[in-house]
Write a protein that binds this ligand. Structure first.
Ligand SMILES: C[S@@+](CC[C@H](N)C(=O)[O-])C[C@H]1O[C@@H](n2cnc3c(N)ncnc32)[C@H](O)[C@@H]1O
Length: 292
């Protein structure tokens, strides 16, 4: 399973939803309460998991742009959103531009935008946005990128809601002598370039908060850890495999120990006795002047 395959995003979606700081989602909706139509930009949207989570917390009429560089993932947004909407009992209609969803007084207009966000050079993408949001994106980007993002959002007076930034914590139970080695190597891999310059990895939320606070944003932060138990077997297996491969790419000289670690962890997962905590953080930033 590739790092950003649709299958991986699908697997993590319910875990993400259960882990997110609900009070920050509610506060996001409250801060936007006055707008007739709320304009939202979801960066690195994948197949739309963040949109599906936040939509229910925001004011009734919403226009979303889901931006991503991966055509295959964006290509699944329509069907995934349609499935979500009809599963909730809403009415969903495909239009030439995207998807329209309605339910009573609620209306969602959902569109996608394909293109790399690495340079953040598309000023028009940010124009008129009340809320700029992303989930599971910030740890991939660089300090320079979050500084540029803060400037773009500030220029619009946009609220910023960034969910599920990995913070460097991995706790495995039962403990294994090589957990620390693998965690250290995974965190080294975290700060390698993912296409946006040297990645922030575990410092993503802190650096983003700093960039926004420098522009007089008021920032709220809250942990949104994944708490995975024996029932989350598939997710645990995918994580252990992903961590082992990231760690071995950083320290090939430890490949043997890493493989043995993954085999031991796989055994406890199969035995139904493994649990994992993966540290994440959510962030909500209020602009110095309220969104228009
Ligand atoms: C971890 S996934 C998160 C996806 C989605 N937000 C979610 O929570 O399911 C990271 C996303 O960033 C996107 N991405 C990576 N590099 C990108 C770039 N340079 N420009 C735009 N999107 C990018 C990937 O295609 C992927 O959809």
């Amino acid at each position: 399973m590739g790092e950003f395959s649709a299958a991986w995003l699908h697997l993590r979606e319910p875990v993400d939803a259960a882990s997110r700081a609900r009070h920050l989602a509610r506060a996001t909706g409250e801060a936007l309460g006055h707008a007739a139509w709320v304009h939202v930009l979801d960066l690195g949207a994948g197949t739309g998991s963040n949109t599906r989570y936040l939509a229910g917390y925001l004011p009734r009429r919403q226009r979303w742009i889901l931006a991503d560089a991966d055509a295959a993932l964006l290509g699944q947004v329509g069907d995934e959103m349609y499935r979500w909407a009809t599963g909730c009992g809403y009415t969903a209609t495909f239009t030439p531009e995207g998807l329209e969803v309605s339910h009573g007084a609620h209306q969602w207009d959902i569109r996608t935008r394909l293109g790399s966000l690495a340079a953040l050079d598309d000023e028009e993408l940010f124009a008129g946005q009340h809320l700029v949001t992303a989930s599971a994106l910030l740890d991939l980007v660089s300090r320079h990128w979050v500084e540029a993002l803060a400037v773009r959002c500030h220029a619009q007076g946009a609220l910023v809601h960034m969910a599920l930034s990995y913070d460097g914590r991995i706790e495995c139970s039962p403990a294994d002598p090589d957990d620390g080695l693998v965690r250290t190597l995974v965190n080294e891999h975290q700060v390698t370039d993912k296409g946006f310059g040297p990645a922030l990895g575990p410092s993503a939320a802190s650096e983003t908060a700093r960039s926004l606070e420098r522009l007089a944003y008021r920032v709220e932060r809250h942990q949104s850890d994944w708490l995975l138990g024996p029932c989350d077997r598939e997710m645990q297996e995918a994580l252990v495999q992903g961590w082992a491969s990231a760690a071995a790419s950083i320290a090939p000289e430890h490949a043997g120990s890493i493989e043995a670690w993954a085999t031991r962890r796989q055994r406890v997962i199969e035995a139904g006795t493994s649990s994992l905590v993966v540290g994440h953080e959510d962030l909500l930033a209020h602009p110095p002047r309220p969104p228009r």
